[in-house]
Design a protein around this ligand. Structure first.
Ligand code: NZQ
Ligand code: ZN
Length: 387
């Protein structure tokens, strides 16, 4: 097992009606609150009204309309300006990963004198950031329990993932009841995202019994809970399992003591949604089995065997290559069974920009150093095979 340092300072406040704790959580952080949210789902589920009532003693500024795959301009820029203009004390993000990610970039940009984009591309390092509290409404990215943020810049097709320990939320309020209204499409995509987060950590070097066990348990829970949630959107236990697994899947606990894999499927997917604005989890579901097929070889084979035997219960006495092939087919079939479109063409991507995207990924993502190294022509082949 490799040496590691692990720290997640975020307080998770989980459970039915945990929203009631919001005023006590915010009070020590200040009175002037920037409330951020997306395209309106929080109004439909009456969470917006609830929050306004709970926060009647606070001064609220608002930034609504944050887009899926949140954009630097206008969302981050507008949020930073509101904070600076009004001397905001704390940002309250209410929504899914996009609202949370955008809010993290706002928290950093608000206390930075230069162009906030410099922080996102590591041209500069923030020395302080506004505190962030969130109320999560979609189980998927794990942004509520990590310090990462993914921001897109439309004019350059950049979709950039960055992280900064200053950006861990102070507290995340997780009430599975607020996810009952998540559509079947987003429920499936969010679960595919979290499953891929675990896969990105499972297919690596220096894996060991503890991390394997956590990863396998999380994937099994995600796979069974999503089926229940799709059939019965208001099943509390299923939504709760999804929420907890998603929060844990991206905060590093499943990778303690391992060697980082390079997160190749994410590197590829971020280029897809940077260029075509597709749903992140759908892009991952399309890429994952294609990537698996591409990297299957004698060295990687044992990981496929343990994944297939422990996740899908494939007979361990079969020849290893058969187990691996079945594992890949079952991964594809599972995502498809959730109703996810399983080819690039189905999400509106044709061959015209594949080379451009492969080049973008090869230059920006460093996948030649991944657990299963990928150069530009490997990436292009994966994209072609995913069409
Ligand atoms: O905008 P609103 O109206 O809120 O609607 C959203 C949006 O249309 C809707 N939604 C959210 N909660 C809902 C709801 N609809 C009904 N009821 C509710 N309770 O769902 C749609 C998608 O929301 P979004 O926030 O975009 O989804 P998700 O949570 O999957 O976030 C995706 C973004 O996170 C990034 C992705 O790349 C993508 O940009 N990621 C962030 C990560 C991180 N910070 O650690 C890691 C991930 O790998 C990922 O890259
Ligand atoms: Zn993801």
């Amino acid at each position: 097992m490799n040496n590691f340092t692990y720290c997640t300072p975020t307080k998770l406040i989980f459970g039915k009606n945990s929203i009631e704790q919001l005023p006590q959580v915010l009070a020590p952080l200040g009175k002037r609150v920037l409330l951020t949210y997306g395209g309106g789902s929080i109004k439909k589920i009456r969470l917006y009204d609830k929050i306004k009532t709970l926060l009647k003693d606070f001064e609220i500024f608002e930034l609504g309309g944050i887009e899926p795959n949140p954009k630097y301009s206008p969302s981050v820029v507008d949020g930073v300006n509101i904070c600076k203009r009004n001397k905001v004390d704390v940002v309250l993000a209410v929504g899914g990963g996009s609202v949370l990610d955008c809010s993290k970039a706002i928290c950093a940009g608000a206390l930075y004198d230069g162009e906030p984009w410099d922080l996102i591309v590591y041209k500069a390092k923030a020395t302080k950031a506004l505190p962030l509290v969130d109320v999560l409404t979609l189980a998927a990215t794990g942004s509520e329990y990590d310090c990462g943020s993914v921001i897109s810049r439309t004019e350059t097709n950049d979709k950039t993932a960055y992280s900064d320990e200053l950006l861990f939320p102070v507290a995340s309020i997780l009430d599975p009841q607020y996810t009952y209204s998540v559509s079947a499409k987003q429920t499936a995509a969010g679960t595919a995202d979290a499953i891929n987060h675990v896969i990105e950590q499972y297919f690596c070097d220096e894996h060991h019994a503890v991390t394997d066990g956590m990863c396998e348990a999380a994937i099994k829970s995600l796979m069974s809970s999503v089926k229940v949630a799709l059939a019965h959107p208001d099943d509390y236990e299923a939504r709760a399992e999804l929420m907890v697994c998603c929060s844990l899947a991206c905060n590093g606990i499943f990778a303690i003591g391992t060697v980082k894999s390079g997160w190749p499927c994410h590197a590829i997917e971020h280029a897809l949604s940077g260029h075509y604005d597709i749903t992140h989890g759908e892009g991952l579901a399309i890429i994952t089995p294609v990537w698996m097929r591409h990297i299957l070889n004698e060295r990687t084979l044992p990981r496929f065997v343990s994944y297939g035997v422990n996740i899908y219960g494939i007979d361990k006495n079969l020849p290893p290559i058969k187990i691996a092939e079945k594992t890949i087919c079952m991964t594809y079939d599972f995502f498809k069974s959730l109703g996810i479109p399983m080819s690039l063409r189905e999400v509106g991507i044709d061959e015209s920009r594949l080379s451009e995207m492969a080049h973008h990924i090869a230059v920006n993502e460093g996948l030649e150093k991944a657990w299963a190294p990928l150069n530009e022509s490997d990436i292009l082949q994966i994209l072609k095979n995913a069409l």
